[in-house]
Design a binder for this molecule. Structure first.
Ligand code: SF4
Length: 363
């Protein structure tokens, strides 16, 4: 059994020896044994939530160029943060990033707290991120469990309980293994092993530094772990989205509500995202005033845009409306923008997809 052969000391020694030779070089990392800048650790950890290392790299560099210190980020307008974040998704992270930068700058004089509980009190920092910052930036012996570490631990112990219910059990096991010294290097080593060796499919156990400790390897059923609860079927929501274009080529953008999905980001106006299909004619009728409908605006439907969020699929039917008599046309909460200037606005990936379809279809 794993309990007999897996002592915490021998396990963490194997992990740290491996890390000293094979640590990945990442822009936010410092070499094994050294401590990185807490600002870099925090920024990277927020960006890496639900986003891959490859995607995060250029964003991390861009943010550090724009805002080299947490004070610089705190002083920036939220809109600049959202614009720089565009394309990374999960935009609540960007809003919380800004709030957190302000809190660190104003309440902590620019210094991140070392204590996990203090970190937890900051906007956008949950239990995982607090533990990761405390361990990686301050070498605190905190238990860090991300998706990679979850997979490794569930394989080491062949944990049969399905996720997410098994999270607690996995964390208890992970805590038993976490060393008192070099906890940050240890956590990053496990992340690296999960990313490069203990992959979800076909893990390369022959080069794994903890193969001797692994029950799933002995039983040759590695891919069975982590066991996952069956996925729920995602619903599909639908809407008609309006590309409102003036004669000079400017297009109407509006800002979404601060709270909720894509909060604070810019968008093309659309009908409500709902499961029932709404015909284009009805959408126009419900959305615009009678006066607008009486005018001879040119209306063209474009190819459907499909996008998937965490909890639902979305189908957007773009409708291009070339507007006449601009002086009479009023829409609240928005502004007109030239398509070639869209990069200056906080447009989420979904809206850039809509723009691409409309513009491509026209070329
Ligand atoms: S031995 Fe294989 S399954 Fe076990 S932790 Fe290493 S790579 Fe993962």
């Amino acid at each position: 059994m794993i309990e007999q052969k897996l002592s915490q000391k021998s396990f963490s020694t194997a992990i740290l020896n491996w890390y000293d030779k094979h640590a990945r070089r990442l822009p936010w990392r410092s070499p094994p044994g050294e401590r990185p800048d807490p600002y870099h650790v925090w920024l990277s950890e927020i960006m890496l939530q639900q986003t891959t290392v490859v995607t995060v790299g250029p964003y991390f560099d861009k943010f550090l160029t724009l805002w080299p210190t947490v004070h610089d980020m705190a002083a920036a307008p939220l809109d600049d943060i959202l614009t720089a974040w565009a394309g990374l998704g999960y935009y609540a992270r960007a809003r919380n990033l800004h709030k957190c930068a302000i809190a660190i700058s104003e309440e902590f004089n620019g210094h991140f707290p070392k204590d996990r509980d203090q970190l937890l009190s900051l906007p956008g920092i949950g239990p995982y991120t607090a533990a990761a910052i405390a361990a990686i930036a301050f070498d605190k012996s905190e238990v860090v469990v991300d998706g990679n570490i979850e997979r490794i631990v569930s394989r080491l112990y062949r944990i049969d309980m399905p996720l997410p219910a098994a999270k607690k059990k996995i964390t208890v096991r992970a805590a038993e293994l976490t060393p008192l010294q070099r906890a940050g290097d240890y956590a990053q080593a496990l992340m690296d092993i999960g990313a490069t060796i203990c992959s979800p499919r076909a893990p390369t156990c022959v080069i794994c530094p903890v193969a001797d400790f692994c029950n799933a390897r002995t039983a040759e059923d590695m891919e069975r772990y982590p066991v996952k609860a069956p996925k729920k079927v995602k619903p599909t929501r639908r809407a008609v989205i309006f590309w409102l274009e003036r004669e000079d080529g400017f297009v109407f953008l509006r800002r979404r509500e601060e709270k909720g999905l894509l909060g604070g980001m810019m968008e093309f106006p659309s009908t409500e995202w709902q499961e029932e299909t709404i015909p284009v004619e009805t959408a126009i009728k419900n959305f615009f005033s009678n006066d607008f409908q009486k005018r001879e605006n040119r209306i063209t439907e474009k190819a459907m845009v499909r996008h998937t969020f965490t909890h639902f699929h979305l189908e957007l039917q773009p409708v291009v409306i070339s507007i006449k008599e601009m002086d009479k046309f009023v829409l609240p909460h928005g502004q007109w923008a030239e398509p070639r200037e869209f990069g200056r606005y906080a447009l989420p990936t979904l809206m850039t997809k809509v723009a691409r379809i409309v513009i491509k279809d026209r070329d």
